[in-house]
Design a protein around this ligand. Structure first.
Ligand code: UD1
Ligand code: CA
Length: 462
């Protein structure tokens, strides 16, 4: 079982957003914690909610059960709110704070293994840090067992010097946890019911309490303010990038590469500096991304190249090339080997295989077939101020430079639209359309015109 404490407001964040919903690498902190418990395959996850309860529940949905802590009387009181749901259960319970997003699955597994081996009633995840300020201190006896945790505000001078801290994550024998919780009081500097007091209570009962020290103390970061938020972000980013690199992704400069928590990337993809990959993005193998590229909630199949571009809820088929300076907005769907060149915007449009939109185009609300050439500066005119209309260009059509396709309009298969045309009527398959003024050349008139202007200027000067 897992209990996640997430009822606090997080005053020190000075934010309208509830603390546990602040994102770290694109994912709310409480989301990281619940994901970790999911990977650990705990039988039940109960999230204690209070401040922002509806928002937290709305975000997590049915990934967890919920216990409401209507008034925030402390972390011990928070755990007590799960009594109805969990007190009768047998087995191990992990208690973890919703503001410690970096605690890893491997760490929890290590803690649980130690807990079982030692036959402990409680095992605390601890860390040895240079700056213990703000954290509860771990007090051990001569034989190394933990006797109690003392909150910073309740510390003596001597206790304050202890560098082993409580990360706020624990493994408990479930029955013993709830039995001890009923004895916790609020006799302390903050008049709160502390979960940490359970440790001294169990110790007093002759139960064994252990501490499992984190190998990497960066995992212990508890986010109480924006400084810690930035620290957590950096530590998480380092971890995410490292995992991708170990899985075969080349990241030229990890320090300037921002990959959110749930992004997937295939092996042999190369990522250049200044690349941001966000949300539910899935990148295939052998892609080349960046530099300066921002991709959110998009799917790129194998071998796609994206340079200096922005993609949002877009799909790019195998071998497509995008950019530099392209903008793919929601609903942009490229087939295979599509070319999207510089200063091209695609929105809510499907483009078939091997179609090219090479420069300076806007394609919106359109269905473009395979092997279509959309010339430089050609655009779909999809909006009349009231309605969005659809443009259809069938396979093998050629749309010349600077063509306006005024939707709704269909360009038939293999049709040819002459450069500079403004198309308002459908074009049948195989037809050629030209829709522009016929050109008139006036022989020698350029010189005549210049002479006329010069004479006028001379007249004015007099
Ligand atoms: C807590 C620990 C401290 C530890 C630190 C690690 C206690 C008393 N102290 O301190 O030993 O070093 O975490 O980060 O447990 N919460 C509730 N209901 C409440 C109070 C808090 O759900 O009534 C939740 C908060 O939303 C938060 C978590 O519990 O996610 C921790 O609370 P917080 O106030 O941040 O505790 P710390 O002072 O950091
Ligand atoms: Ca905290």
């Amino acid at each position: 079982m897992g209990i996640v404490l997430a009822a606090g407001q997080g005053k020190r964040m000075k934010s309208k957003l509830y603390k546990v919903l602040h994102p770290v690498c694109g994912k709310p902190m409480v989301g990281h914690v619940v994901s970790t418990l999911e990977k650990l395959q705990v039988s039940r996850t109960v999230v204690v909610v209070g401040h922002g309860a509806e928002m937290v529940k709305g975000y997590l949905g049915d990934r967890a059960e919920y216990a409401l802590q209507a008034e925030q009387l402390g972390t011990g009181h928070a755990v007590l709110q799960t009594k109805e749901l969990l007190a009768e259960e047998e087995g191990l319970t992990i208690v973890i704070c919703g503001d410690t997003p970096l605690v890893s699955v491997e760490t929890l597994e290590g803690m649980m293994t130690l807990h079982k081996e030692r036959g402990a009633a409680a095992t605390i995840l601890t860390a040895v840090v240079d700056q213990p300020k703000g954290y509860g201190r771990i007090i051990r006896d001569d034989s190394g067992y933990v006797t109690k945790i003392v909150e910073e505000k309740d510390c003596s001078e001597e206790q304050r010097l202890v560098q082993e801290i409580n990360t706020g994550t624990y493994c408990f024998d479930n029955r013993k946890l709830f039995a001890a919780l009923s004895q916790v009081t609020n006799q302390n500097a903050q008049n709160e019911y502390y979960i940490t007091d359970v440790i001294a209570i169990l110790n007093g009962q002759g139960e064994r309490v252990d501490g499992y020290v984190l190998a990497d103390s960066a995992e212990s970061i508890g986010v109480n303010d924006r400084l810690a938020l930035a620290e957590a972000e950096q530590a998480m980013r380092t971890r995410i990038n490292r995992n991708h690199m170990l899985n075969g992704v080349t990241i030229i400069d990890p320090a300037s590469t921002y990959i959110e928590a749930d992004v997937q990337i295939g092996a042999d993809t190369v990522i250049y500096p200044g690349t941001v990959l966000r949300g539910e993005t899935v990148i295939g193998e052998d892609c080349v991304l960046g530099p300066q590229t921002d991709i959110a909630d998009s799917r790129l199949d194998a071998g796609v190249t994206v340079k200096q571009s922005v993609l949002q809820e877009a799909v790019a088929g195998k071998g497509s090339t995008i950019g530099p300076f392209a903008y793919l907005r929601p609903g942009a769907e490229l087939g295979q080997k599509v070319k999207i060149g510089d200063f091209v915007e695609i929105k809510n449009a499907k483009l078939g295989d091997e179609t090219k939109v090479s420069h300076l185009s806007y394609v919106g609300d359109a269905v473009i077939g395979r092997n279509v050439n959309v010339g430089c500066g050609a655009i779909t005119v999809n909006y009349d101020g009231f309605n969005k209309q659809v443009t259809i260009v069938e396979d093998d059509a050629f749309v010349g430079s600077n063509v306006n396709l005024i939707a709704p309009v269909v360009v038939g298969k293999g049709a040819y639209v002459v450069a500079g045309s403004t198309i308002t009527h459908n074009i049948e398959a195989g037809d050629l359309a030209i829709a522009r003024e016929r050109q008139v050349n006036k022989a020698g008139y350029a010189d005549k015109l210049r002479a006329k202007f010069a004479a006028k200027k001379a007249q004015e000067k007099k």
